[in-house]
Design a protein around this ligand. Structure first.
Ligand code: ME8
Length: 659
C-alpha cells in the first residue's frame, strides 16, 4: 500500500471554560477520522490544541483574580481540563499546540511581518463594531438586528489605530476557491459563505488591537497585539514548524492538511485562512469541513446559557467508547443534531447492547458450547451455500468499500450505518440458520453448524475492524473474544472474507455493552447534573452593599435593643414563623414574629440574647401581632440561603441600646 501522509486537525479550543459535549463531538469525530486513516496504513499527524489569547480570556482571568497565563494553564493542564478530557476520551492526537507556546508566538510575529513586508498588512484606523465574546469585528451591514451575527449578543463601538489585512485583494481568488473546487465541505456551506460574505464585498480585516494586552505583540510595534484569529488560524502550520525551529515537519509532506471545524467558524477557515495562506504564498488546506452543532432543546450549548452537557459525567456512566460511538452514529456529521440523554441510552441499548453485543455473545457462546471454543478445520468452506450464506458473505465482503466511500466523504454516520446493516444481517442469519437446532444432531449437522459459526465470526471480525476507529478499546476486547489474530484485524483483511483462520480460539468474555436501565440512568444523571450545578455555584455569596447613602439622623431614628428570649414557639399552621416572647428591658413582654423556623428550633433559642429593632409599626402575621424585627445576618451558600440570628453576650442586659 502507498504510504500516504495525512494531516488532520481539530479547531483549537478556547480555554475560557471547561469543555462540553459539543467540543467533545468535534474532537471525537476528528479522532475517528485520524484512526481510520491510520487503519488504512497512512502516516497520520493529528493536531489539536488550545487558542489562549484575546480579550475574553483576559477578562475571565481578571474575574478569577489570576493572570491570564495562570487562568489558561488551569483549564488546559489542570484536573478536569482540556488535556485530561482528551486523554479520557482516548483521543489519539500526535501533537497538542497551545498558542502561548513560545515557538508559536515567535512564528506568528514572523509571519505577521512577512505579510506586512509584502504590503498585505498596513496601518489604518479601525472604526466599527466589536463583539467581545466572539472577538470579532463587524461592519454595520453585517450585524443582525444590531447584534453580532454569530452569537446574537450586543456589539460595542470601537475606534483605534490598527493594522489591517488586505482581505479584499483576495476576494476573487476566494470566490473561485469556494465555487469551483471541493475545498469547502460539505458543499451546502459554500452558498452560505458566498452569499453572506463574498457577494456583499470582502472588506479588509482589522488584525491588531491596542485596547488590551493579552495577545502576541506585533514585534515592530509592540503596543499592538495580533488579532486572535490571525494568531489562532496559523496554528495549523506553526505546529508543523512553519516559521519556527521547534518542529521541522512543514516541508515533509504533511501540509496541506484537512481542517475539521464547527459551522460557526467556517467563515474564518474558508475565507480568512486561505487568504492569509495566499498572502504568505503557502498551499491551502486540502479541505475545510464544517460540521454541525450538537443542540440541547433546539439551542446551542453554552456555558453562559447554563445548558452544557458534561462529557466527564457521561463517559464515566456509560463508558468512553459508548459515548464516542453515540456521537458519531446518531448525528449526520454536516448537520445539527439534538442531544438528549434518552437518545444516548436508546442508541447504546439498541445498537451496542442488542445488535452488536448480542451478536458477539451469542456467537462466542455457541462456539464454546458446541465446539469447546475451537471450530474444526474446513469450517470456512461449504459446498452448497444457501441464500442466507450468500447474502451475509456478499454484504460483509463489500462492507469495507462502502465504509471507505462514506469516510472519504466525511460521513462517519453513513459508514457506521453500513456496518450496522451487516451486524443486523448477521443477527438475522442466526435466526435463519437456528444453530441450536443444528446442534441437536451433531453427527448429521456438525459441519454445517461449524460453518454457520465461522460465517458469524467472519462477519463480526470485519465489522470489528471497521468499528475500531470509533471504539478502539472495545474492539480490542471483541477481537480477544472472537480470536481474530493481528493479521486478521488489518484494513486489507477487512475486505477479505475468509481471512480468519478456521481454528482460532474463541472465548466468551464479559458482556461488551451491558443494557442500560433507562429510567434509573436518567434519574441518576439528573441528580448528578443538579449536584454539578450546585458545586459550580459560588461557595459563599453576599448581597452587594447599598450605594445609596442614608443620613445620620435618619439612621439614628432606628431603635436597636438587646432582647432576651423568655419563650419561643412555632406558630400553628405556619411552616416558617416562630413566635418570640421577649424581655426588652421595659418590664412589659414584647412579642415578635420571625420567619426563621427553617434555620432554628424554638427550644434552642430560649434564654438567648438577640438584637431587635423595636420601633417598627406593629404588623399582623397569621392573625398575630408582631412588634419589631429580630436582626439576622444572611448570605447564600452553594445556592442556598443561610441565616444566622445575631446573638450577643448574655452579660448584655435586656433593653441595652445599640448605638
Ligand atoms: O471556536 N456542537 O473555539 P471554541 C458542536 N478557538 N460543536 C461545537 C459545539 C456544539 N454544541 N460547541 C462548540 C473556537 N463546538 C476557536 C477556534 S481554530 C483556529 C480557533 C465546536 O472552543 C466549535 O464549533 O469556541 C468549534 O469548532 C470548536 O468546538 C471549538 O470551539
Amino acid at each position: 500500500m502507498e504510504n500516504k501522509k495525512f494531516y488532520i486537525t481539530t479547531p483549537i479550543y478556547y480555554p475560557s471554560d471547561k469543555l462540553h459535549i459539543g467540543h467533545t463531538y468535534c474532537t471525537v469525530a476528528t479522532d475517528a477520522l485520524a484512526r481510520y486513516h491510520r487503519l488504512k496504513g497512512e502516516e497520520v499527524m493529528f493536531l489539536t490544541g488550545t487558542d489562549e489569547h484575546g480579550q475574553k480570556i483576559e477578562n475571565k482571568a481578571k474575574e478569577a483574580g489570576v493572570t491570564p497565563k495562570e487562568f489558561v494553564d488551569r483549564i488546559v493542564e489542570g484536573e478536569g481540563g482540556v488535556k485530561a478530557l482528551w486523554e479520557l476520551m482516548n483521543i489519539s492526537n500526535d501533537r497538542f499546540i497551545r498558542t502561548t507556546d513560545d515557538y508559536h508566538v515567535s512564528a506568528v510575529q514572523k509571519l505577521f511581518r512577512k505579510m506586512y513586508d509584502k504590503g498585505d498588512i498596513y496601518k489604518g484606523t479601525y472604526k466599527g463594531k466589536y463583539c467581545t465574546p466572539c472577538e470579532s469585528f463587524w461592519t454595520e451591514s453585517q450585524l443582525k438586528d444590531g447584534c453580532c451575527p454569530d452569537c446574537g449578543r450586543p456589539v460595542v463601538d470601537a475606534e483605534e489605530e490598527a493594522y489591517f489585512f488586505r482581505l479584499s485583494k483576495y476576494a476573487d481568488r476566494i470566490r473561485d476557491l469556494l465555487e469551483n473546487t471541493d475545498f469547502l465541505q460539505p458543499r451546502s456551506r459554500v452558498n452560505e459563505m458566498v452569499k453572506n460574505f463574498i457577494d456583499p464585498g470582502l472588506e479588509d480585516l482589522c488584525v491588531s488591537r491596542t485596547s488590551f494586552t493579552w495577545g502576541i505583540p506585533v514585534d515592530f510595534d509592540p503596543k499592538h497585539v495580533v488579532y486572535v484569529w490571525l494568531d489562532a488560524l496559523t496554528n495549523y502550520i506553526t505546529a508543523l514548524g512553519y516559521c519556527n525551529d521547534r518542529y521541522d515537519d512543514y516541508d515533509k509532506g504533511w501540509w496541506p492538511g484537512v481542517n475539521i471545524v464547527g459551522k460557526e467558524i467556517v467563515r474564518f477557515h474558508s475565507i480568512i485562512w486561505p487568504a492569509m495562506l495566499m498572502s504568505l504564498g503557502e498551499p491551502l488546506p486540502k479541505h475545510v469541513f464544517g460540521h454541525g452543532w450538537l443542540l440541547l432543546d433546539g439551542g446551542k450549548m453554552s456555558k453562559s446559557k447554563g445548558n452544557v452537557v458534561d462529557p466527564y459525567i457521561l463517559a464515566e456512566k456509560f463508558g468512553v467508547d459508548a459515548l464516542r460511538f453515540f456521537l458519531m452514529r446518531t448525528f449526520p456529521f454536516g448537520s445539527d443534531g439534538n442531544f438528549s440523554n434518552e437518545l444516548l441510552i436508546q442508541t447504546i441499548n439498541t445498537d451496542l447492547a442488542n445488535d452488536l453485543g448480542n451478536l458477539v455473545s451469542r456467537t462466542t457462546a455457541m462456539a464454546g458450547k458446541y465446539f469447546g471454543g475451537t471450530l474444526p478445520e474446513g469450517c470456512g468452506t461449504w459446498e452448497a451455500p444457501e441464500d442466507c450464506d450468500k447474502d451475509l458473505t456478499a454484504l460483509a465482503s463489500g462492507l469495507r468499500d462502502r465504509y471507505e466511500d462514506a469516510m472519504e466523504q466525511f460521513a462517519p454516520h453513513k459508514a457506521l450505518d453500513e456496518v450496522f446493516k451487516v451486524i443486523q444481517r448477521a443477527n438475522k442469519y442466526i435466526d435463519e440458520t437456528a444453530p441450536w437446532a443444528l446442534a441437536k444432531d451433531m453427527d448429521a449437522n456438525g459441519r454445517r453448524l461449524a460453518h454457520v459459526l465461522y460465517n458469524l465470526l467472519e462477519a463480526t471480525r470485519i465489522c470489528g475492524i471497521l468499528l475500531s476507529p470509533f471504539m478502539p478499546e472495545s474492539m480490542e476486547k471483541l477481537f480477544a473474544q472472537t480470536g481474530a489474530p493481528a493479521e486478521g484485524r488489518t484494513w486489507d483483511s477487512a475486505a477479505q472474507w475468509g481471512a480468519l483462520p478456521e481454528t482460532v480460539s474463541v472465548t466468551k468474555g464479559e458482556n461488551l455493552f451491558p443494557r442500560i436501565d433507562m429510567e434509573k440512568a436518567i434519574a441518576e444523571l439528573e441528580a448528578a447534573a443538579a449536584a454539578a450545578k450546585k458545586a459550580a455555584l459560588p461557595a459563599v455569596e453576599v448581597e452587594p452593599q447599598l450605594t445609596e447613602k442614608v443620613d445620620f439622623d435618619t439612621f439614628c431614628k432606628s431603635d436597636f435593643r438587646a432582647v432576651k428570649v423568655k419563650a419561643c414557639e412555632a406558630v400553628k399552621k405556619s411552616a416558617k414563623l416562630l413566635k418570640f416572647t421577649l424581655d426588652d428591658g421595659t418590664g412589659v413582654d414584647r412579642q415578635i414574629l420571625s420567619g426563621i423556623h427553617a434555620w432554628y428550633e424554638p427550644e434552642d433559642l430560649v434564654g438567648k440574647t438577640l438584637i431587635a429593632i423595636v420601633n417598627l409599626p406593629p404588623r399582623k402575621m397569621m392573625g398575630l401581632e408582631s412588634n419589631g424585627m429580630l436582626i439576622s445576618a444572611v448570605h447564600t451558600e452553594k445556592g442556598e440561603e443561610c441565616l444566622h440570628l445575631i446573638m450577643v453576650d448574655d452579660a448584655i442586659p435586656a433593653g441595652a441600646k445599640l448605638c
